[in-house]
Design a protein around this ligand. Structure first.
Ligand code: SF4
Length: 439
């Protein structure tokens, strides 16, 4: 069924248009803030501390998002080249190098001028964060605040499972959040306002509940959005507008749109044949073409580990207890950042659950040259998932930023062979549940 046949013109596709508008407006606001000399914090997707920064009206710059935008817009090579000419190795994280290129160019970026950092706030979710911040420290003498979030102790003890350690870990994070608040007071010259924090947290609560629902809605058959193309766009809004009324409203509306699509059987693809899970970071240099290689064969990405680890824990649908804001914030930072780390380091159980919940036919593992944090261990994960479930896995290597190591022809050959495997497997084991069913 198409949007036209349901008279759904005003609602279907609304989220994509609105996400693009909000992203442009966010970048424009950053550029305007830079012109006015307002403070900007450089932050990361795995633990942005958005609630505290917003409570002080500090702009948030996500260098990871700036960098991926250069690749999607096919100009990353200019920035990567500038960083390599400056002396950075081709082997390091491509996001870091693209950001160095942006900084060397005075903040010039395809989406607008990026302000310089007044402060850098990072977690330990990726070891590269720690070295990346030191680059800004060297360039601009930027003060750095590091929130050290204790991770899961083992695959058997993810999330809250290690109950005896949890309260100790939560208090450790809370103490660091109070230090961050003091640093923000110094930076802005403003006293901390706990009611403003509550207001920001209320918006995050609404957004988290909706984002969890968005992810669940893709269990429908046909899937109502593509987790790589649409999902990445939604993820940008999750990060950029966390803790804002616009962000909460966007996801409320998105849930309405996707529920409409589920109710009317409107899928991301007209002819969904295979339901796939994507594991890793997207191939931004050929973002749309990569998606088409699968979509042209009826493959839709129903979920992605990227939507878990790059959402700062929002996919858990956690809600803050506004009666005890800082304590609750510490608890959810601990759970959210730990969950992001688990989604990279202990991902097999989550992937196996997703195979069942989304009725996936296969998994596409995409290790990339320039992000070892996410890519290390994917071969072992594939083995574990295949032992646990009867699914097909494709393992294709390329990059998230550097088109010099993305061979489109080679990828296409591998993808075609994967679909031939899926087709012969289906011929053996039978067809899936009829289109239109909703889980
Ligand atoms: S190494 Fe990977 S996870 Fe770490 S900052 Fe770079 S892209 Fe992000």
């Amino acid at each position: 069924m198409t949007a036209a046949s349901t008279g759904s013109g005003s609602i279907v596709g609304r989220g994509a248009v609105e996400a693009a508008r909000l992203t442009r407006a966010w970048f424009a606001d950053l550029a305007a803030g830079a012109e006015r000399g307002e403070p900007a914090a450089y932050v990361f997707v795995m633990g942005s501390m958005a609630e505290i920064l917003r409570a002080f009206d500090i702009h948030m710059v996500f260098p990871e998002i700036n960098s991926l935008q250069t690749a999607v817009r096919r100009v990353a090579d200019k920035y990567l080249g500038a960083a390599e000419d400056y002396g950075y190795s081709p082997d390091i994280c491509g996001y870091v190098k693209a950001d160095v290129g942006v900084q060397l160019g005075g903040g010039e970026h395809p989406m607008g001028r990026i302000p310089k950092p007044s402060i850098a706030v990072q977690t330990n979710a990726c070891n590269t964060y720690l070295k990346w911040s030191e680059i800004w420290e060297r360039m601009y003498h930027t003060p750095i605040v590091t929130i050290d979030v204790p991770g899961s102790r083992s695959a058997a003890h993810v999330g809250r499972a290690a109950a005896e350690d949890f309260e100790r870990d939560r208090r450790y994070v809370e103490h660091q959040l109070r230090e961050l608040i003091a640093r923000c007071e110094e930076l802005t010259g403003r006293r901390f306002d706990v009611d403003r924090l509550r207001e920001v947290m209320r918006h995050t609560n609404e957004m988290s509940v909706s984002w969890k629902r968005v992810l669940e809605l893709n269990r429908a058959r046909p899937a109502v959005f593509n987790a790589v193309i649409d999902g990445t766009m939604y993820l940008g809004v999750v990060n950029a507008l966390r803790g804002t009324a616009e962000g909460a409203a966007f996801f409320r509306d998105l849930v309405e749109e996707l529920e409409f699509k589920v109710a009317h059987g409107i899928g991301a693809l007209e002819d969904e044949r295979y339901r796939l899970l994507f594991v890793g970071v997207p191939c931004y240099p050929i973002f749309r073409r990569f998606h088409e290689m699968f979509a042209d064969r009826g493959g839709v990405f129903v979920s992605s580990s990227y939507l878990w680890f790059a959402a700062g824990g929002a996919d858990l649908g956690l809600e803050y207890d506004l009666a005890r804001p800082i304590e609750s914030l510490a608890e959810n930072v601990l759970l959210g950042v730990r969950h992001a780390m688990d989604a990279m380091l202990f991902q097999d159980p989550a992937l196996i659950r997703a195979v069942d919940e989304f009725e996936a036919d296969g998994l596409v593992y995409h290790p990339v040259k320039s992000c070892r944090t996410v890519s290390t261990g994917l071969a072992g994960s594939r083995r574990a998932v295949m032992q646990a479930r009867d699914v097909m896995c494709l393992f294709i290597e390329s990059d998230m930023m550097d088109k010099r190591v993305v061979s489109e022809a080679q990828l296409k050959n591998r993808v075609d062979a994967f679909f031939e495997g899926l087709e012969s497997r289906r011929a053996r084991v039978g067809t899936p549940v009829a289109e239109g069913s909703v889980t």
